[in-house]
Design a protein around this ligand. Sequence first.
Ligand code: SAM
Ligand code: 2KA
Ligand code: SF4
Ligand code: MG
Length: 251
Amino acid sequence: MILAEIFNSWQGEGGSVEGSAFGRRQIFVRFAGCDLRCIWCDSRAFISAPSVKKWRYEVEPFTGRFEYKPNPAKLDEVVDVILKLDTGDIHSISYTGGEPTLQVKSLKALMERMKELGFANFLETHGGIPELIEEVAPLVDYASVDIKDETARATENWRELVLKEVESIRILKKAGVKTYAKLVVTKDTKEENVKWYAELLKGLAPLAIQPKEPIDIFQSQLMRLYNIAAKVMGRDNVGLSFQVHKYLNVL
Ligand SMILES: C[S@@+](CC[C@H](N)C(=O)[O-])C[C@H]1O[C@@H](n2cnc3c(N)ncnc32)[C@H](O)[C@@H]1O
Ligand SMILES: Nc1nc2[nH]cc(C(=O)O)c2c(=O)[nH]1
Ligand code: SF4
Ligand SMILES: [Mg+2]
């Protein structure tokens, strides 16, 4: 598999909505490569897999000290690194990226191994390819599925992507996965679009609203977007999320 990095940190996103692992210790496996191009992506250094020649792992949490290994990574060496980074308080393994589902064969093999070793599996995905979600769903315990707002400019056909993401959430819920949707909002996010997302998600999965970092949205606008979603989805199904790890200065 083509990896970017493996590290042990706190899950910094998701807030308190059901299915979120916010504030829990996780070991993150970041896959390289992505088929989307969100303009605000904070992992853009890893989104072209062929250019990610090496992967790194942090030898001790929060030391910023890394060891580097050549890509492609082998399953056994990845498992060894994860076990070496295990601090005994790990809630789940987070599979993220780039887009982890693009390497679905390797992702499944790793998830299977980690499940056998007694770990829960947390998938962080753009949900844009439901067929791949279908393939990996039986191995997933928790999932965060992005709903890419129009202002992410993730792809040409934005509406079609959102509908695919909702389909992926449906597949995960049907497979019994604790799933929530994550919506990154910006100062240009349109209220009518948030209403549309909320109507799609109503009764299906909770929504974590996450300001794009660096934050450019005013609190008053964030409050309005939250209010629109909560009015449609119910007050217990919407929560605020923000990238806490960036404030803690940890990976
Ligand atoms: C880097 S993505 C990788 C997983 C998957 N490709 C996706 O987009 O969901 C992980 C998470 O970071 C969030 N994210 C990335 N850049 C961000 C930024 N600048 N501000 C807020 N959230 C960001 C994404 O929305 C996503 O929920
Ligand atoms: N601490 C921490 N929490 C995270 N939650 C989602 C992340 C991601 O990049 O997928 C992430 C990340 O990169 N670091
Ligand atoms: S889908 Fe995820 S990894 Fe890909 S560009 Fe968007 S935020 Fe970055
Ligand atoms: Mg991140």
